[in-house]
Design a protein around this ligand. Structure first.
Ligand SMILES: Cc1ncc(C[n+]2csc(CCOP(=O)(O)OP(=O)(O)O)c2C)c(N)n1
Length: 338
């Protein structure tokens, strides 16, 4: 892995501080969700991205949402949808299954979003299946001459599924404008990557499809942004799919209920020392691009926004039982016209 580069890849100081804001917002919002989970206010599981926030935020920052670009997160990519414009209050309400959450309590966590309205889409849980979905979205965008780029996140475990191979093959053959961020975070639940795949590095899977590929240090925010931006530019120029392997590590268990007893503590210590937020901020300070006071101001803003979002979500009602059977089919008017 390379040392953190001080090359800012065309990002202004304002951009860099915006990235820092999204990094800190992701971490602080997840910490708040942990507190709510422990108060039994979260319905379902809580899947953190501690230690991986850098690649979710940096990669998603390379898209142009005004242009109609679409990001597809998985459960550990909350940072990417915050970059795309998701509201913290909507995310907390989703986790609490509130009546005024985007899915009105019918879906949980970050399983929500519409490509045109939000710039991100809700995921389905069957791992691998979102690659064919994103192939479809980018194909539709091209047929509509919208010049949009899609970005799909996928884990090391999910890249072993048949749907991943079929979707990647189709997208590559069609030269679709798709960027795939393959997050190698060491474990798929309790299965280490070495027991998941025999390839030397997961980016080698690109050879099976014939698409471009890159390996990047996913805990290096600027390097990840640069790799994603190169891939987005290629996609927009009609040069097709890029598979980016982001090497990172899942510092917490699969979810809050998992004590990750199967992960050697030395590995957690090793990767904790490579915290992407700490590294990014240190690089900015060392380069004279920011001062500690900038980060303090960002943290105060983040804390206040997360507090306000929490209060709003806590005040929201739960769904009414008599509405449970509504909105199951398009056209019953529950979601509006259609
Ligand atoms: C096809 C399929 N098989 C199994 C599962 C259950 N499952 C949910 S998350 C997960 C682990 C995923 O690991 P990885 O893709 O590496 O992502 P990470 O959790 O490490 O971010 C599994 C096995 C699923 N959702 N879909």
């Amino acid at each position: 892995m390379t040392e953190l580069s001080l090359e800012t890849h065309g990002l202004t100081r304002e951009n860099l501080l915006a990235i820092d804001y999204f990094l800190r917002l992701t971490r602080t919002l997840e910490e708040r969700l942990v507190a709510l989970f422990r108060q039994a206010k979260v319905i379902g599981g809580l899947y953190r991205s501690l230690g991986q926030e850098g690649e979710s935020v940096a990669a998603a920052y390379a898209l142009d949402y005004k242009q109609g670009d679409v990001v597809q997160p998985l459960i550990r990519n909350m940072g990417s949808i915050l970059v795309a414009g998701a509201k913290p209050s909507d995310i907390i309400k989703q986790y609490m299954a509130k009546a005024d959450s985007p899915t009105r309590g019918r879906e949980l966590n970050i399983h929500f979003g519409h490509p045109d309205r939000d710039g991100f889409i809700g995921q389905i849980s069957m791992l691998g299946d979102m690659i064919p979905v994103m192939a479809g979205i980018t194909l539709a965008g091209r047929m509509q001459k919208r010049n949009l780029v899609g970005m799909a996140f996928i884990g090391d475990g999910a890249s072993s599924t048949g749907a991943f191979y079929e979707g990647m093959n189709f997208a590559t053959v069609q030269r679709l404008p798709l960027v795939v961020i393959l997050e190698n975070n060491g474990y798929a639940y309790s299965t280490p990557t070495a027991k998941q795949s025999a390839v030397k590095t997961l980016a080698d899977k690109a050879h099976a499809f014939g698409c471009a590929s890159e390996v990047v240090d996913g805990n290096d925010v600027l390097a990840t942004y640069a790799a994603a931006k190169r891939a987005v530019d290629r996609a927009r120029a009609g040069e097709g799919v890029t598979l980016i392997e982001a090497k990172t590590f899942r510092i917490k268990g699969h979810a809050e209920h998992d004590n990750q007893a199967y992960v050697p503590s030395a590995l957690i210590e090793e990767w904790s020392a490579k915290d992407p937020v700490v590294r990014f901020e240190k690089a900015l300070v060392d380069a004279g691009l920011a001062a500690t006071s900038d980060f303090d101001a960002i943290q105060a803003r983040v804390r206040s926004e997360v507090d306000t979002a929490t209060d709003e979500a806590e005040r929201s009602p739960m769904p009414r039982p008599e509405e449970a059977a509504l909105g199951l089919f398009a056209g019953d008017g529950y979601w509006g016209k259609g």
